[in-house]
Design a protein around this ligand. Structure first.
Ligand code: TXA
Ligand code: MG
Length: 326
C-alpha cells in the first residue's frame, strides 16, 4: 500500500486552473485550498477517481466524502426530498463552511457516500476551489487532503507532507483562513442536528432558521468514519491546564501550544512555545498549522494548553479531544 506513483506537481492559482481541471477530467485527484482546510478533489461522478482519493489518503471505504457544488441550483441534482430549510440555509451560509446532510439521488455512487443513502453537500467560499468546479463543470468530492487520521492541512506544504508522491498535483493557494473543517448539519431529521461542529455554530443556524437546532448526542461518533483518534501529529500531544503548564520546567525537546500569557514558566523560554490568539476563531485559523510546525521539530512531546469549555470553543475542543486521544 506504500505506493509512490506520482511526481506530484505544485501548481499555482490562478494560472494553472486549466491544468488542474484537465487532471480532474482524466480522473486524477488534485489538492487545493478551500476556506476551511485543503481538500483532495476528484470528479464525484468518476468511480476510479474516487477510488484514488481513498487510496491516496489510506482512508477506509465506508467513510463518505463531501461533494462540493457550484451553487444551490445544483443541490437537487445530487439530493432528493430536500426540505425547505435547505434553501434558507444555503441562502444565508453558502458559499461557506456549512455542509448539509441530505437524502442522496439514486444515481449517486455508493463509493462517494460510503454505501449510505445520504449525501453531504457544500458550496465552498474559496476562489481556488470554486474555479476548479467551474472549469470542470463537475461536483467535486473532497475530503481533507491529509493521510487518514493525520493533521488536516491548511497550506500546500502540509498537503505535501502527507501526500507527496501519492497525488497528481496540489494547487498552492496560500493559507486556508478558517482553519478547521466545515460544520456538518443533518437536515433529514425532525430537528436539524449538527453531526460535526465547526465554524458555524448552533446559534448562528438557529438565528437563520428561527427554529431549534441540536448537537448530535454522540458528537462526531455518529458521523461514519469519524474516528476517536484524528487530526494527530506523529509527536504525542498532551493536554494540560494553564496552571499545570505554568508550573512545568520545560525541556528543549518539548513543545507548547498556548493561548494565554500566564501559561508558560519564564524559565522555560528556550523551548518551542507557540502562542495562538485568545479569540476562538483566530485560534482555529492557526491550530492545525501550529501542530504541523511543532511536529516537524522531532520533539518528544507537545503540550497543549486547555482551552475554555464554552460554546464558542466547542468545534476546537472537538478537534482537541481527538488530537490527544490514545
Ligand atoms: O471543511 C470541510 O468540510 C473539508 C473541506 C475540504 O471541504 N472537508 C472535509 O472532509 O472535512 P472530510 O472527508 O475530511 O470529512 C467529511 C466528513 C466525514 O467525517 C464523513 O464521515 C462525513 O463528512 N460525511 C460525508 N458524507 C456523509 C454522509 N453521507 N453521511 C454522514 N456523514 C458523512
Ligand atoms: Mg478529514
Amino acid at each position: 500500500e506504500n505506493f509512490m506513483n506520482y511526481k506530484t506537481s505544485v501548481l499555482r492559482f490562478p494560472k494553472d486552473v486549466a491544468t488542474a481541471a484537465a487532471l480532474i477530467r482524466l480522473g486524477e485527484c488534485v489538492a487545493l485550498k478551500t476556506e476551511t482546510v485543503y481538500g483532495l478533489a476528484a470528479d464525484a461522478t468518476n468511480e476510479d477517481a474516487i477510488g484514488r482519493v481513498f487510496e491516496a489518503k489510506g482512508r477506509p471505504a465506508d467513510n463518505p466524502l463531501i461533494v462540493h457544488i457550484e451553487s444551490v441550483d445544483d443541490m437537487s441534482h445530487w439530493a432528493k426530498d430536500i426540505p425547505d430549510i435547505a434553501y434558507t440555509l444555503a441562502d444565508v451560509f453558502w458559499p461557506g463552511p456549512l455542509s448539509l446532510l441530505l437524502k442522496k439521488q439514486h444515481w449517486v455512487s455508493d463509493k462517494v457516500t460510503g454505501g449510505h443513502d445520504t449525501i453531504v453537500l457544500r458550496v465552498p467560499a474559496s476562489e481556488n476551489f470554486m474555479s476548479l468546479i467551474r472549469a470542470t463543470k463537475k461536483g467535486l468530492a473532497a475530503p481533507s487532503a491529509n493521510k487518514y487520521k493525520f493533521i488536516s492541512p491548511t497550506c500546500a506544504e502540509h498537503v505535501l507532507r502527507s501526500l507527496d508522491g501519492r497525488i497528481a498535483a496540489v494547487v498552492d493557494g496560500g493559507q486556508s483562513d478558517v482553519g478547521i473543517e466545515s460544520t456538518i448539519l443533518d437536515i433529514t431529521t425532525p430537528i436539524p442536528t449538527i453531526v460535526r461542529p465547526g465554524p458555524i455554530d448552533d446559534l448562528m443556524i438557529e438565528q437563520a432558521l428561527s427554529e431549534p437546532v441540536k448537537y448530535a448526542d454522540n458528537l462526531g461518533v455518529t458521523v461514519p468514519g469519524s474516528a476517536k483518534q484524528h487530526y494527530q501529529p506523529n509527536t504525542p500531544v498532551q493536554l494540560l491546564s494553564t496552571e499545570a503548564l505554568s508550573k512545568m520546567q520545560l525541556r528543549a525537546d518539548e513543545g507548547v501550544i498556548s493561548h494565554t500569557a500566564d501559561s508558560v514558566n519564564v524559565k522555560s523560554k528556550n523551548c518551542n512555545v507557540l502562542r495562538l490568539p485568545k479569540d476562538p476563531a483566530k485560534y482555529s485559523a492557526h491550530f492545525y498549522s501550529s501542530l504541523y510546525q511543532l511536529d516537524m521539530q522531532n520533539l518528544r512531546c507537545i503540550y497543549l494548553e486547555e482551552t475554555p469549555s464554552d460554546n464558542l470553543w466547542l468545534a476546537i475542543n472537538n478537534r482537541i479531544g481527538r488530537v490527544v486521544a490514545r
